[in-house]
Design a protein around this ligand. Structure first.
Ligand SMILES: [Fe+2]
Length: 292
């Protein structure tokens, strides 16, 4: 998306935007102590955002069945690696997760914690500050989210907060998409920091002709679980992806974690899953040996 794709601009001033169903977004500017906490978590978040993104909806890249070296099609579809948006993402964009993830089909069929925010005081303090902003500016969504997270085993939650998970994005201007794994009656909490000479990227809600600019120190509460959103493109420039770039965090609740078990139960599921994968691999190798 580009600047020309929206007409209503919200930036630099605390602003609440409503849709007929309720709050669409709240940009809260210059939250006291926020920049200090963003700076304190700088290296951590940059380190978390280390993977080439695979979420094809946010990449805006069609998925297809690639061919294995032996000429047969893969069983799982993957992003089209020759698509220009995939090539851009592979070169610059990185993402990663802190907190809990519910089971992923064919990948990790058990709940797990990628990086426990409860054990990292600076990251936990940041999540607490975001909770405070959330509770103040979107009390109804906050209340619903707190009720929902009470159904999740505490192991999978950020202690006492309405979040199970935070995603870190580096240089990842997303294509129009809706979050599939978020708690729909709640909101996603977004923070952003720019490095070097990186141009600003607006968060766009195309249905509302609206663009919102989040700067360091700001907090954006936004209905990313129900509304199509995207970022304006960031042009390639000197140092982009290394010394120059845009780092965003999104704190949210993954409600499917309420269906997950205790850490012990999920670790047993992990063992069963790993055994299943190993058995499949062995069967494939046996079949290959028979063919020779
Ligand atoms: Fe998103």
């Amino acid at each position: 998306m580009e600047d020309k794709h929206f007409n209503i601009r919200v930036e630099g001033e605390t602003t609440l935007v409503f849709k007929p169903e309720g709050l669409l977004a709240a940009l809260v500017c210059d939250v006291p102590d926020h920049q200090v906490l963003q700076d304190a978590n700088d290296k951590l978040y940059r380190g978390v955002a280390k993977n080439v993104p695979t979420r094809i909806s946010a990449l805006g890249v069609p998925s297809k069945y690639h061919t294995k070296p032996d000429g047969t099609p893969e069983l799982i579809s993957r992003p089209d690696r020759n698509h220009p948006r995939y090539i851009y993402a592979r070169k610059y964009a990185r993402d990663g997760v802190m907190g809990a993830l519910d089971p992923t089909t064919n990948k990790a069929e058990y709940a797990r914690i990628k990086l426990d925010v409860n054990d990292i005081p600076t990251a936990f303090a940041h999540a607490e500050l975001l909770r405070d902003v959330y509770a103040e500016y979107a009390p109804e969504h906050y209340q619903r989210q707190m009720e929902a997270i009470a159904k999740v085993h505490p192991h999978w939650a950020m202690r006492g907060l309405p979040f199970t998970t935070a995603t870190d994005n580096w240089c990842f201007p997303t294509y129009p998409h809706v979050e599939s794994g978020d708690f729909k009656p709640g909101l996603g909490i977004i923070t952003v920091k720019y490095y070097g000479a990186c141009p600003y990227s607006w968060l766009v809600l195309p249905r509302y002709d609206l663009g919102i600019l989040v700067k360091a120190g700001d907090v954006l509460l936004v209905d990313v679980g129900n509304e199509v959103h995207a970022n304006t493109a960031i042009p390639e420039h000197d140092g982009y992806g290394t010394t120059s770039g845009r780092l965003a965090t999104i704190h949210y609740l993954r409600p499917k974690l309420a269906n997950c078990g205790t850490p012990e139960e999920e670790s047993r599921r992990r063992e069963l899953y790993l055994a299943k994968v190993a058995a499949k691999r062995e069967a494939r190798q046996r079949a290959r040996r028979r063919c020779k």
